[in-house]
Design a protein around this ligand. Structure first.
Ligand SMILES: Nc1ncnc2c1ncn2[C@@H]1O[C@H](COP(=O)(O)OP(=O)(O)O)[C@@H](O)[C@H]1O
Ligand SMILES: [Mg+2]
Length: 411
């Protein structure tokens, strides 16, 4: 009898649970690693290892031991910024995966920008700095305002808009909270519409499967942080512009040397054309790859990437749209304070066109008395609603109605 498919999933937090559950549904033996012994995915797995998702050496050491007892078929993650860890495990054990050097270029924000500059990919003007004096010098060269980013974070953590020299000290100090590295990135601040793109690279060929308009209507409500309030599909970009953005994204993937696996990009379309903000070699978070895109067009990239990771074929039909409908994701941002009352949740869940309303993982136990602090990153959103309708406008209307119906009174 052949042994069952044995899949290692890097990360066992709420963002990886959908992958862990899918692997279990498929009948796989599932191994997970996480630095948190209480990670909720541990309870779902067949074998667990304690290692940070960012600690490639510790994860490789654990994977080697595990592999010696129960040979692994594949390794993957979702939503976690751990492409380098995944790639190094795959390389160490001879499993399907991306070359670790490409994973590094797709993760380290300065390396990525350097690659793109060398390849002539349109992206924000940038430079790196290591301290306050260096940061001020770079900002003077780029022109104010600028955006300051840790090189190794995700989910907008530590990403700030800096308007003037007086604000730079706090931005540089915050980088250290989010980054283990001395260098950080400074970019020119751009304005325009913002978009997510996600796809899969098979034998060096990129197939784009999802493209959304990110909702940044409230981008600067908690300055200096940027807040994304969900996204909408299909895009309202004109077909020609969309094709241009997709072509730029494909060139950005190739410039990083990504020849295998998931790719997730952030694009800003400025008045004078699109710029690549980010391209990561991993599946998206925030429901995009396994809820938003499937609800919009029937493509499930989590399924496709799991196939690829365990060396099963990704049939062309798996990455082709099966239908199109409007989808919207919007978040609930209560006024910071102590919760006095919550109403409307059950009524929202019954609304036609509501796919789900969920509390974000860290707010699952929200109730009277919970204290809500002002949001500083995406991780601090409180609840979210996903809706669908024949048109995008209708899906957005339902989502906005739903968000108004959820009342979280704070004092
Ligand atoms: N140069 C820029 N100009 C304007 N906004 C930016 C710029 N860079 C990033 N942002 C905003 O900050 C968000 C997070 O930045 P990003 O580089 O994608 O980092 P992360 O890895 O944390 O997602 C982006 O989605 C965008 O809204
Ligand atoms: Mg991003």
């Amino acid at each position: 009898m052949s042994s069952p498919t044995n899949l290692l999933i890097i990360g066992a937090g709420p963002n990886q649970v959908p992958a862990i559950r899918l692997a279990k549904q498929r009948g796989y033996r599932v191994v997970v690693t996480d630095i948190d012994p209480k990670a909720e995915g541990f309870a779902l797995a067949d074998e667990t290892g304690l290692a940070s998702t960012r600690d490639a050496d510790a994860t490789v050491a654990f994977a080697r031991q595990s592999h010696a007892k129960h040979p692994l078929t594949g390794v993957m993650t979702m939503a976690s910024e751990s492409a380098v860890t995944v790639a190094k495990v795959a390389a160490a054990l001879g499993l399907p995966g991306l070359n670790p050097a490409a994973a590094w270029r797709a993760t380290h924000k300065v390396e990525r920008q350097r690659c793109w500059r060398a390849a002539g990919i349109a992206a924000p003007r940038f430079d790196e700095a290591r301290d306050l004096a260096g940061a001020l010098k770079v900002a003077e060269q780029l022109g104010w305002p600028v955006v300051v980013k840790p090189v190794d974070s995700a989910g907008s953590r530590g990403v700030r808009k800096v308007n003037s020299p007086a604000e730079m000290g706090a931005a540089v100090a915050e980088i250290a909270e989010h980054s283990k590295r001395p260098e950080f990135l400074i970019e020119e601040f751009l304005t325009g519409s913002e978009h997510s793109i996600e796809g899969i690279v098979i034998d060096g060929q990129v197939t784009w499967c999802g493209f959304s308009d990110r909702n940044y209507d409230n981008k600067e409500i908690y300055p200096p942080y940027f807040l994304e309030d969900g996204d909408s599909m299909p895009t309202t970009l004109a077909a020609g512009r969309l094709a241009e953005v997709q072509a730029l994204s494909t060139r950005a993937v190739k410039a990083l040397g990504i020849t295998w696996g998931p790719v997730k990009g952030d694009i800003l379309v400025a008045q004078d054309g699109p710029r690549m903000i980010e391209m990561a070699a991993r599946l998206s978070g925030d429901y995009f790859c396994y809820e938003t895109i499937p609800l919009h067009n029937g493509i499930n990239l989590l399924e496709a990437v799991m196939n690829q990771s365990v060396d099963l074929p990704v049939e062309p039909a798996m990455v082709q749209p099966k239908f199109h409908q409007g989808v919207a994701l919007r978040y609930v941002w209560p006024k910071p304070g102590k919760v006095k009352a919550i109403t409307g949740v059950e009524a929202v869940r019954k609304l036609p066109g509501v796919h789900f309303f969920k509390w974000e993982p860290r707010w699952r136990d929200i109730g009277v008395g919970t204290v809500i602090n002002p949001a500083r990153s995406m991780g601090e959103r409180v609840g979210c609603v996903m809706t669908f309708a024949p048109t995008r406008a209708e899906a957005i209307r339902i989502a906005e109605t739903a968000c108004r119906m959820i009342k979280i009174e704070t004092e």
